[in-house]
Design a protein around this ligand. Structure first.
Ligand SMILES: [Zn+2]
Ligand SMILES: [Zn+2]
Length: 252
Protein backbone atom coordinates (compact mmCIF):
# COMPACT_ATOMS: atom_id res chain seq x y z
CA UNK A 1 0.00 0.00 0.00
CA UNK A 2 1.29 3.45 -0.85
CA UNK A 3 0.73 6.55 1.18
CA UNK A 4 0.11 9.92 -0.37
CA UNK A 5 3.36 11.78 0.34
CA UNK A 6 1.49 14.75 1.81
CA UNK A 7 -0.16 12.68 4.54
CA UNK A 8 1.94 11.93 7.57
CA UNK A 9 1.62 8.15 8.12
CA UNK A 10 1.61 8.66 11.92
CA UNK A 11 -1.37 11.02 11.68
CA UNK A 12 -3.08 8.68 9.28
CA UNK A 13 -2.64 5.84 11.76
CA UNK A 14 -3.97 7.94 14.63
CA UNK A 15 -6.99 8.90 12.56
CA UNK A 16 -7.61 5.25 11.71
CA UNK A 17 -7.45 4.31 15.41
CA UNK A 18 -9.91 7.09 16.23
CA UNK A 19 -12.27 5.82 13.55
CA UNK A 20 -12.09 2.21 14.68
CA UNK A 21 -11.97 2.99 18.43
CA UNK A 22 -13.72 6.33 18.91
CA UNK A 23 -13.63 7.86 22.39
CA UNK A 24 -16.67 6.94 24.46
CA UNK A 25 -18.27 8.72 27.40
CA UNK A 26 -17.45 6.90 30.67
CA UNK A 27 -21.07 7.39 31.80
CA UNK A 28 -23.32 6.43 28.86
CA UNK A 29 -20.74 4.86 26.49
CA UNK A 30 -21.94 7.08 23.63
CA UNK A 31 -19.26 8.23 21.20
CA UNK A 32 -17.89 11.66 22.14
CA UNK A 33 -15.52 14.06 20.40
CA UNK A 34 -11.84 13.10 20.71
CA UNK A 35 -11.08 16.19 22.82
CA UNK A 36 -13.87 15.49 25.32
CA UNK A 37 -13.59 13.20 28.35
CA UNK A 38 -17.28 12.92 29.24
CA UNK A 39 -20.58 13.97 27.63
CA UNK A 40 -22.39 16.98 29.06
CA UNK A 41 -25.32 15.17 30.59
CA UNK A 42 -23.13 12.52 32.28
CA UNK A 43 -20.77 15.21 33.60
CA UNK A 44 -23.73 16.39 35.70
CA UNK A 45 -24.52 12.82 36.84
CA UNK A 46 -21.12 11.95 38.31
CA UNK A 47 -21.19 12.97 41.98
CA UNK A 48 -18.09 14.63 43.42
CA UNK A 49 -17.15 14.36 47.09
CA UNK A 50 -18.09 17.74 48.56
CA UNK A 51 -16.20 19.50 51.37
CA UNK A 52 -15.74 19.43 54.30
CA UNK A 53 -13.67 16.25 54.15
CA UNK A 54 -12.68 13.54 56.62
CA UNK A 55 -8.96 14.15 57.13
CA UNK A 56 -8.16 10.44 57.03
CA UNK A 57 -10.04 9.10 54.00
CA UNK A 58 -11.44 12.16 52.20
CA UNK A 59 -15.14 11.32 52.62
CA UNK A 60 -17.59 14.14 53.07
CA UNK A 61 -18.29 14.94 56.75
CA UNK A 62 -21.16 16.96 58.24
CA UNK A 63 -19.36 20.12 59.35
CA UNK A 64 -15.94 21.77 59.66
CA UNK A 65 -15.60 20.73 63.31
CA UNK A 66 -15.84 17.02 62.46
CA UNK A 67 -12.32 15.80 61.68
CA UNK A 68 -13.04 12.14 61.01
CA UNK A 69 -15.94 10.21 59.46
CA UNK A 70 -17.56 7.46 61.59
CA UNK A 71 -15.59 4.79 59.76
CA UNK A 72 -12.20 6.43 60.43
CA UNK A 73 -13.13 7.39 64.00
CA UNK A 74 -13.65 3.70 64.81
CA UNK A 75 -10.42 2.45 63.22
CA UNK A 76 -6.73 3.13 63.31
CA UNK A 77 -5.11 3.66 59.92
CA UNK A 78 -1.39 4.12 59.47
CA UNK A 79 -1.65 6.45 56.48
CA UNK A 80 -1.84 10.01 57.68
CA UNK A 81 -4.44 11.48 55.33
CA UNK A 82 -6.65 10.71 52.36
CA UNK A 83 -8.33 12.30 49.37
CA UNK A 84 -11.06 11.09 47.06
CA UNK A 85 -12.69 12.59 43.98
CA UNK A 86 -16.01 10.82 43.32
CA UNK A 87 -18.80 9.26 45.36
CA UNK A 88 -18.92 5.56 44.49
CA UNK A 89 -22.58 5.36 43.46
CA UNK A 90 -24.63 4.17 40.46
CA UNK A 91 -23.04 5.82 37.43
CA UNK A 92 -19.55 5.66 38.97
CA UNK A 93 -19.92 1.97 39.82
CA UNK A 94 -20.66 1.23 36.19
CA UNK A 95 -17.88 3.46 34.84
CA UNK A 96 -15.36 1.90 37.23
CA UNK A 97 -16.50 -1.60 36.42
CA UNK A 98 -16.07 -0.81 32.69
CA UNK A 99 -12.52 0.38 33.38
CA UNK A 100 -11.71 -2.82 35.28
CA UNK A 101 -13.59 -5.49 33.36
CA UNK A 102 -14.56 -4.12 29.94
CA UNK A 103 -11.28 -2.63 28.72
CA UNK A 104 -12.56 0.95 28.97
CA UNK A 105 -9.04 2.24 29.69
CA UNK A 106 -10.06 5.69 28.43
CA UNK A 107 -12.24 6.13 31.55
CA UNK A 108 -8.97 6.64 33.45
CA UNK A 109 -8.44 9.93 31.56
CA UNK A 110 -11.63 11.41 32.96
CA UNK A 111 -11.11 9.99 36.47
CA UNK A 112 -7.56 11.35 36.68
CA UNK A 113 -8.49 14.78 35.32
CA UNK A 114 -11.22 15.20 37.95
CA UNK A 115 -9.02 13.77 40.72
CA UNK A 116 -6.28 16.27 39.84
CA UNK A 117 -8.80 19.12 39.85
CA UNK A 118 -10.58 18.21 43.09
CA UNK A 119 -7.67 16.79 45.14
CA UNK A 120 -4.61 18.43 43.55
CA UNK A 121 -4.37 21.29 46.03
CA UNK A 122 -4.55 19.00 49.05
CA UNK A 123 -2.05 16.63 47.46
CA UNK A 124 0.38 19.51 46.94
CA UNK A 125 0.05 20.41 50.61
CA UNK A 126 0.99 16.86 51.57
CA UNK A 127 3.94 17.32 49.21
CA UNK A 128 4.69 13.72 48.14
CA UNK A 129 8.08 12.73 46.71
CA UNK A 130 6.43 10.08 44.53
CA UNK A 131 3.10 8.60 43.47
CA UNK A 132 2.60 4.82 43.68
CA UNK A 133 -0.36 2.80 42.33
CA UNK A 134 -1.78 -0.09 44.34
CA UNK A 135 -0.40 -3.06 42.37
CA UNK A 136 -2.49 -5.91 41.00
CA UNK A 137 -1.21 -9.45 40.59
CA UNK A 138 0.76 -9.99 37.35
CA UNK A 139 -1.66 -12.67 36.15
CA UNK A 140 -4.62 -10.35 36.60
CA UNK A 141 -2.69 -7.61 34.87
CA UNK A 142 -2.00 -9.94 31.96
CA UNK A 143 -5.71 -10.79 31.66
CA UNK A 144 -6.75 -7.14 31.77
CA UNK A 145 -3.83 -5.68 29.85
CA UNK A 146 -3.22 -2.96 32.43
CA UNK A 147 -3.44 -2.05 36.09
CA UNK A 148 -6.29 0.47 36.35
CA UNK A 149 -4.71 2.14 39.40
CA UNK A 150 -1.51 2.64 37.41
CA UNK A 151 -3.37 4.22 34.49
CA UNK A 152 -4.72 6.74 36.98
CA UNK A 153 -1.44 7.31 38.81
CA UNK A 154 0.45 7.82 35.53
CA UNK A 155 -2.04 10.49 34.50
CA UNK A 156 -2.01 12.12 37.93
CA UNK A 157 1.76 12.10 37.87
CA UNK A 158 1.72 14.10 34.64
CA UNK A 159 -1.04 16.46 35.79
CA UNK A 160 0.53 17.22 39.19
CA UNK A 161 4.15 16.99 38.08
CA UNK A 162 5.09 14.39 40.71
CA UNK A 163 7.11 11.34 39.57
CA UNK A 164 5.39 7.95 39.70
CA UNK A 165 7.19 4.73 40.66
CA UNK A 166 5.49 1.52 39.59
CA UNK A 167 7.98 -1.15 40.61
CA UNK A 168 8.60 -0.40 44.29
CA UNK A 169 5.41 -1.83 45.75
CA UNK A 170 4.59 -5.30 44.41
CA UNK A 171 1.82 -7.84 44.80
CA UNK A 172 3.03 -11.01 46.43
CA UNK A 173 0.21 -13.48 45.80
CA UNK A 174 -3.08 -13.58 44.03
CA UNK A 175 -5.97 -12.68 46.31
CA UNK A 176 -9.45 -14.11 45.89
CA UNK A 177 -12.11 -11.78 44.49
CA UNK A 178 -12.75 -9.45 47.41
CA UNK A 179 -16.49 -9.33 46.80
CA UNK A 180 -16.89 -12.92 47.88
CA UNK A 181 -15.17 -12.48 51.26
CA UNK A 182 -16.47 -10.98 54.50
CA UNK A 183 -14.48 -8.32 56.36
CA UNK A 184 -12.39 -10.80 58.36
CA UNK A 185 -11.67 -12.85 55.26
CA UNK A 186 -10.59 -9.75 53.36
CA UNK A 187 -8.20 -8.66 56.09
CA UNK A 188 -6.59 -12.11 56.32
CA UNK A 189 -6.33 -12.38 52.56
CA UNK A 190 -4.76 -8.97 52.13
CA UNK A 191 -2.34 -9.10 55.06
CA UNK A 192 0.41 -10.83 53.15
CA UNK A 193 -0.43 -9.52 49.69
CA UNK A 194 1.97 -6.58 49.34
CA UNK A 195 5.67 -6.00 49.80
CA UNK A 196 8.36 -3.62 48.61
CA UNK A 197 10.98 -4.82 46.16
CA UNK A 198 14.00 -4.30 48.39
CA UNK A 199 16.33 -5.93 45.85
CA UNK A 200 15.51 -3.20 43.40
CA UNK A 201 15.30 -0.41 45.97
CA UNK A 202 17.44 -0.82 49.12
CA UNK A 203 15.87 0.46 52.34
CA UNK A 204 18.34 3.39 52.61
CA UNK A 205 17.45 4.55 49.12
CA UNK A 206 13.73 4.34 49.87
CA UNK A 207 14.16 6.35 53.06
CA UNK A 208 16.10 9.11 51.26
CA UNK A 209 14.31 9.30 47.88
CA UNK A 210 10.79 8.13 48.67
CA UNK A 211 10.15 9.49 52.17
CA UNK A 212 6.68 10.79 51.39
CA UNK A 213 4.41 8.63 49.27
CA UNK A 214 1.01 9.25 47.71
CA UNK A 215 -0.69 5.89 47.20
CA UNK A 216 -3.33 5.62 44.45
CA UNK A 217 -6.24 3.20 44.20
CA UNK A 218 -9.45 3.10 42.18
CA UNK A 219 -12.02 2.48 44.93
CA UNK A 220 -11.87 3.06 48.68
CA UNK A 221 -14.37 1.14 50.77
CA UNK A 222 -13.04 0.03 54.17
CA UNK A 223 -9.49 1.26 53.56
CA UNK A 224 -8.13 -2.28 54.10
CA UNK A 225 -6.17 -2.39 50.85
CA UNK A 226 -4.66 1.06 51.41
CA UNK A 227 -3.75 0.03 54.97
CA UNK A 228 -1.91 -3.14 53.87
CA UNK A 229 0.02 -1.21 51.20
CA UNK A 230 0.85 1.52 53.71
CA UNK A 231 2.25 -1.07 56.14
CA UNK A 232 4.46 -2.54 53.43
CA UNK A 233 5.74 0.93 52.51
CA UNK A 234 6.40 2.02 56.10
CA UNK A 235 8.13 -1.30 56.84
CA UNK A 236 10.46 -0.63 53.89
CA UNK A 237 11.60 2.79 55.08
CA UNK A 238 8.94 5.21 53.79
CA UNK A 239 8.25 7.91 56.42
CA UNK A 240 4.72 8.98 55.63
CA UNK A 241 1.90 7.84 53.35
CA UNK A 242 -1.22 9.63 52.09
CA UNK A 243 -3.88 7.86 50.04
CA UNK A 244 -5.89 9.01 47.05
CA UNK A 245 -8.84 7.05 45.70
CA UNK A 246 -10.77 7.91 42.56
CA UNK A 247 -14.08 6.96 44.18
CA UNK A 248 -15.10 6.40 47.77
CA UNK A 249 -17.98 4.29 49.11
CA UNK A 250 -20.26 5.08 52.01
CA UNK A 251 -21.84 2.74 54.58
CA UNK A 252 -19.34 -0.10 54.56
ZN1 LIG B 1 -22.45 10.31 28.71
ZN1 LIG C 1 -12.82 8.89 56.98
Amino acid sequence: MMYNAIINPKELFKEAVRTVYPRKCPGCRDVILPDMLVCESCAAEFKLVEPPFCLKCGRHVEDEETELCDECASKDHRYSMGFSAFVYDGIMRRAMSDLKYSSAAENADYFAEIAAKTCGERVKMFNPDIIIPVPIHPSRRAERGYNQAQLISDRLSAALDIPSVNDLLIRRKKTAALKRLDAAGRAENLKQAFECDLKRYPREEISVRFGRVLLIDDIYTTGATMECCTEALLDAGVHEVAVLSVAIGYNY
